[in-house]
Design a protein around this ligand. Structure first.
Ligand code: MN
Ligand code: MN
Length: 298
C-alpha cells in the first residue's frame, strides 16, 4: 500500500486549478468567448456559436463524409460549403453594433485555406471574365470592427457568382437596410444562400464558371429575424418578431427594389429542403415563417 501520492499528482491538480482560473477570467456570462482586439485597444467578446444561435439550416457538419454540406464555423460567420458546387449552400451570421466599426473595405479576396486538403480552392481570380460578380453572402460592411473581421468576408467560400445588377443594386439595397435596422436599435440573425443552376450576368447565361468548377446559381435568397437589442436572443424570438425573407432571380434584368421579392421562410424551406431558424420553438416558427413582410424597405 502506498502512503503518499507522488509529487507529480499534486502538481497536476495545481495545474488544472490554475488553468480553470485562467479560463474563468475571460468567460462572459456562462460561455467561453474569443476576445477580439479592434487594433485600437478596444476588446469585444465574441461567441463563435452566435452565428448559428437560431439553428443550423441543413445540419452541416465539419465531416469529410459530407463534402456537399461541409460546415465552416468561423468567428465571423458560419458556412455550409458545397465542394462540388465551388460555393456555399448558405451562410449565417449575427449582426449587432459590436460588429460595426470603422475598418475600411479590405478587398483582399482570397482562397479559403481552411478547406480540407485536396479540395479545389476557388481563387480570387476564378470569377474573372465570367460576367458575374464575386458576390458576398456575409457582406463586407457587416464586419467592420477589425481588419481580421473584414478580411474574413473576402474569403472565396463566402462568395457566389452573382449577376452584377442583382449584387450591386437589388441585393445591396437589402444589405444596406440590414444596417439601418441595427442603427434603429435592433439586432439581426441572417441566413442567406443560393440554389439551382443558370444565371444571367454581363456575358449572358451560364450554368458554371471556372471550367465547370463553380455552379452559377439560379436563385438567391435571404431570411432575417429582427429583434430589439438585448440578451437571451433565442428566447426573445416571439410571434411578434419581424421576419424578412426574399428570393431573387440571379439575373441582370430585374426590378431593383428588393422589397418586390419578399416571400415566406416557408417558401424558401420548401425550395431548399432546409429548416431555417430551427432553434426557435416550432409553434413560433409556424407563425413567423408563414408571414410575408410588408414593413419599410429603407
Ligand atoms: Mn455584394
Ligand atoms: Mn424553420
Amino acid at each position: 500500500m502506498r502512503k503518499h501520492l507522488p509529487f507529480w499528482s499534486l502538481a497536476f491538480v495545481v495545474a488544472i486549478v490554475l488553468q480553470s482560473c485562467q479560463n474563468e477570467a475571460i468567460k462572459p456570462k456562462d460561455k467561453q468567448a474569443d476576445m477580439q482586439n479592434a487594433g485600437n485597444g478596444a476588446l469585444v467578446s465574441r461567441l463563435q456559436s452566435e452565428n448559428l444561435a437560431l439553428g443550423n439550416p441543413s445540419n452541416a457538419a465539419t465531416n469529410l463524409a459530407t463534402p456537399t454540406n461541409y460546415l465552416l464555423d468561423k468567428l465571423q460567420y458560419a458556412v455550409s460549403y458545397n465542394r462540388d458546387a465551388g460555393k456555399s449552400n448558405w451562410v449565417a451570421w449575427h449582426l449587432d453594433p459590436t460588429w460595426l466599426g470603422s475598418t475600411p473595405r479590405q478587398d483582399n479576396f482570397a482562397s479559403d485555406a481552411t478547406l480540407p486538403t485536396g479540395w479545389y480552392r476557388v481563387t480570387s481570380g476564378s470569377y474573372t471574365g465570367s460576367g458575374f460578380d464575386r458576390g458576398h453572402n456575409c457582406p463586407s460592411a457587416d464586419r467592420t470592427f477589425s481588419v481580421a473581421d473584414n478580411s474574413a468576408t473576402f474569403l472565396m467560400t463566402n462568395m457566389m457568382p452573382q449577376a452584377p445588377v442583382n449584387n450591386q443594386q437589388t441585393w445591396a439595397g437589402l444589405e444596406n437596410y440590414q444596417r439601418t435596422l441595427v442603427s434603429q436599435g435592433n439586432e439581426l440573425y441572417i441566413v442567406c444562400g443560393s440554389y439551382g443552376s443558370g444565371g444571367t450576368g454581363s456575358n449572358g447565361t451560364r450554368t458554371t464558371i471556372d471550367n465547370g468548377r463553380i455552379v452559377v446559381p439560379n436563385r438567391l435568397w435571404k431570411a432575417i429575424i429582427v429583434i430589439p437589442r438585448g440578451d437571451n436572443d433565442v428566447a426573445r424570438v416571439t410571434t411578434n418578431a419581424r421576419v424578412i425573407a426574399v428570393n431573387m432571380p440571379n439575373t441582370n434584368s430585374q426590378n431593383t427594389a428588393w422589397g418586390t421579392y419578399r416571400t415566406t421562410v416557408d417558401a424558401i424551406e420548401a425550395a431548399t429542403g432546409y429548416d431555417l431558424f430551427s432553434a426557435v420553438p416550432t409553434a413560433i416558427q409556424s407563425v413567423i415563417e408563414a408571414r410575408v413582410d410588408n414593413g419599410p424597405t429603407r
